[in-house]
Ligand binder design. Structure first.
Ligand SMILES: [Zn+2]
Length: 375
């Protein structure tokens, strides 16, 4: 997570230096950076970098060199720890100008509880999920996954995501848990689909996240490990799409697709082999699936004809009349024209849940913490 704080008042150089000292001291004394994947960084800037930096960082790859150049050019105060890549996210977070946004209320544990097993009443989380319709990704009932609780031994007790800051404050009062030390509200790009780009298949690059329209050309099939794959095609090429095992019941939905169906898929691109890892998809057109149910009936004898062999047609054994047309019926489809998404337990942070589709949170009413206003 990258956190950016904006001041309503312009700071002078001395104030900036003072702030930088506080930030540095806090990181030096408080941060746990031993984990291989933890590469933090802090950045203090008097002027926002161009929003293009955010766009590029969220949809493509931005190198550390590019970001360090921007920071040097703007006389930023900054420090990257370990491999320094945290500077990329920190700088990109400052350049963000949200067209859509969500919020997360993060509740913290008292220091003496850090690392101890978290005490949270699961029923109260389920109840909060039902009572607070503007929150999302709280709880996955089918897969028994409590998404508001992190797995790491960090100081966070839980984080509730939602569109409405007032409702988030109410939601947090409904979660029954061990005592919390404090809480803060963050404005975030979670659940916004900011990472996705609408493309044609021939333009797809590895590690991007894309929205692609196409027809199914290879029926879904299951491979070892329970992953389900199928292939789509547009005017520019074909690409494999996957619903991996962790997407659980979503794989059954995928199995309902058939050659000829026209869909739009949303997901991240894996490099080898080039595959779209599905986050959600929209069924735009379903073909009519016909299946043979019976051999044809002889029009004069009123009895079923016999098959003459593969692709040889049918023949009445009484009068000798032949036919090539069996009795067919429309196969009921298991899916309909609508969106389908992976369950909460498999959701990526940036992926927009269906309950947020066609809904953007543009305005901020008030952002506040337990004790003070933060914006
Ligand atoms: Zn007959």
């Amino acid at each position: 997570m990258f956190c950016s704080l904006t001041f309503t008042k312009e700071l002078d150089e001395n104030e900036e230096k003072y702030l930088s000292t506080i930030v540095k001291e806090t990181i030096d004394t408080q941060a746990c950076i031993d984990d291989d994947n933890t590469n933090p960084g802090y950045v203090l800037l008097l002027k926002k970098p161009d929003v293009d930096l955010y766009q590029k960082a969220v949809t493509k790859i931005v190198t550390l060199d590019v970001v360090q150049n921007i920071l040097h050019n703007q006389q930023a105060m900054f420090e990257g720890y370990k491999n320094g890549r945290g500077l990329i996210g920190a700088t990109a977070a400052i350049s963000w100008e949200p067209l859509d946004r969500t919020f997360e209320l993060i509740a913290y544990r008292p220091q003496q509880r850090w690392g101890a097993k978290r005490q949270i009443d699961l029923k109260s989380v389920q109840q909060m999920d039902t009572n607070c319709p503007n929150t999302f990704d709280n709880y996955d009932a089918r897969n028994h996954h409590n998404r508001i609780v992190p797995n790491s031994p960090c100081p966070i007790l839980y984080g509730i995501r939602g569109n409405d800051v007032d409702e988030l404050v109410i939601a947090s009062t409904q979660v029954k848990s061990e005592p919390i030390d404090s809480w803060l509200l963050f404005e975030t790009n979670q659940g916004t689909d900011n990472h996705l780009q609408k493309k044609q298949i021939a333009q797809i690059q590895p590690f991007e996240s894309v929205i692609i329209e196409g027809s199914v050309v290879v029926n879904p099939f299951t491979i070892q490990g329970g992953h389900v794959l199928f292939t789509i095609k547009d005017a520019t090429g074909t690409i494999s799409c996957a619903a991996y095992e962790p997407t659980k019941e979503f794989r059954n939905t995928i199995r309902g697709l058939h050659i000829g169906d026209f869909i739009e898929v949303y997901g991240g691109v894996r490099e080898h082999p080039l595959t779209i890892n599905l986050e959600k998809f929209e069924v735009k057109h379903l073909i009519t699936q016909l299946v043979k149910t019976e051999n044809p009936v002889c029009p004069s004898c009123n009895k079923h004809m016999k098959s003459k062999g593969t692709k040889q047609g049918y023949k009445c054994i009484r009068c000798g009349i032949t036919s090539f047309t069996p009795i067919i019926q429309e196969q009921p489809r298991t899916i309909i024209k609508r969106f389908y998404e992976v369950p909460v337990c498999a959701r990526r942070h940036l992926s927009k849940p269906l309950k947020r589709m066609n809904q953007e949170t543009r305005s901020v009413t008030a952002l506040y913490s337990e004790n003070e206003c933060i914006l």
